[in-house]
Design a protein around this ligand. Structure first.
Ligand code: SAH
Ligand code: SF4
Length: 351
């Protein structure tokens, strides 16, 4: 029976209402369950104080309340925390909490969510890519990371609240499109976490149909594209998906996203010795000419088995200046959580 129970963390209020109807429970129970599970991040039926025991049992017979189980947690001196979660079938994934601070009595924080266990794209410099693809996560397993993390952090800080979500953890979001979009919409619900769509960003390695679908869905979720190189020759090596969706197709899709949403696109470049040459700077600038874009440079993080090496600080600075000189807006991503292997590209199914 338990295998057939739908996961509360993955259901909308309307879907919960159908379950209530089916169980002969009043419709307002759906809103209560949604508020407790999605809004207040409770992890046990017994915590839902305004629902009587008999109704809780009827709900528990039809619905699973099974948050990802935190099995390990590590905190870096800069406040970044990494969580290892075990899912129902034993798969493990990682989730990162960043930029956590108090703003008057309210806390603000960004959570980096995983969308798959492993990843099929196989970028050679990425720890997730090196472990291969395990499976897709469900919508409830995606929201569940944020909710389980919130439940855990509220034991340390009663006001803990996540303000921003980035879909930049393990996996390729656009290869798990429907659960990713559903999770984003659930987290956006006013009676749920109420995280604004403009406070969410999704990063893709360049899945063209996914970019077009995101644009068509009109969600206001920010788009980040892992560019990493300005020529097909080099990008073929760094992001294997480039052989399927080369730069011309990728840029056309980004142009369509800009046209439909009116938002600019962030292009991520993890700095290596190979992609920081003057030729690459020129190629990147030419690609992005005329597009409302923002370039985010990421210091490359160490990953076992990867040969990607950091450029010298002078070379990295020259690359940055060359892009800026050619009219691009460039920022450098702050390094966070590197000492606990929670930084970009370091997430894998273990510590
Ligand atoms: N799969 C998605 C999102 C997760 S990766 C994607 O590839 O876009 C988030 C970002 O970290 C991507 O830009 C990715 O290219 C980058 N990244 C991967 N490995 C890295 C490493 N070792 N150092 C720095 N950035 C890395
Ligand atoms: Fe997958 Fe992104 Fe890692 Fe590439 S960088 S292997 S797409 S998670």
């Amino acid at each position: 029976m338990s295998n057939h129970r739908a996961d509360v963390y993955g259901l909308s209020e309307a879907e919960l209402a159908e379950v209530c109807l089916d169980a002969g429970l009043p419709a307002f129970r759906a809103r209560q369950v949604f508020e407790w599970a999605q809004g207040r991040a409770v992890t046990e039926w017994a915590e839902m104080k305004n629902i009587g025991a008999a109704d809780r049992d009827a709900l528990a017979a039809r619905l699973a309340l099974k948050p990802p189980e935190p099995v390990r947690e590590s905190a870096a001196p800069d406040g970044t925390r990494k969580f290892l979660f075990r899912l129902e079938d034993g798969e493990t994934i990682e989730t990162v909490l960043m930029d956590y601070h108090k703003d008057r009595s309210r806390s603000r924080a960004t959570v980096c969510l995983s969308v798959q266990a492993g990843c099929a794209v196989g970028c050679p410099f990425c720890a997730t890519g090196r472990m291969g693809f395990r499976r897709d996560l469900s919508a409830g397993e995606i929201t569940g990371q944020l909710l389980a993390l919130t439940a855990r952090m509220r034991r340390l800080d009663a006001d803990f609240h996540v303000s921003n979500a980035v879909f930049m953890g393990m996996g390729e979001p656009f290869y798990n499109m429907t659960p990713f979009l559903k999770a984003a919409r659930l987290l956006n619900e006013a009676r749920g976490q109420n995280i604004g769509m403009r406070r969410m960003t999704v990063s893709t390695s360049g899945v063209v149909p996914g970019i077009l679908r995101l644009a068509a869905e009109n969600t206001q979720i920010g788009l980040a594209v892992s560019l990493h190189a300005g020529t097909d020759e080099l990008r073929d090596k760094i992001v294997p998906l480039n052989r399927k969706y080369p730069l011309a197709a990728l840029m056309a899709a980004c142009g369509e996203y800009v046209r439909l949403t009116g938002r600019r696109v962030t292009f991520e470049i993890a700095l290596t010795r190979e992609n920081t040459t003057e030729t690459q700077a020129r190629a990147v600038a030419a690609l992005l000419r005329g597009m409302p874009a923002h370039v985010n440079l990421i210091p490359i993080n160490a990953v076992a088995g990867s040969t990607a090496e950091r450029p010298s600080p002078a070379k990295a600075a020259a690359f940055r200046q060359e892009l800026a000189r050619r009219g691009l807006t460039v920022t450098v991503r702050e390094e966070k959580g590197g000492d606990i292997e929670a930084a970009c590209g370091q997430l894998q199914a273990g510590f």
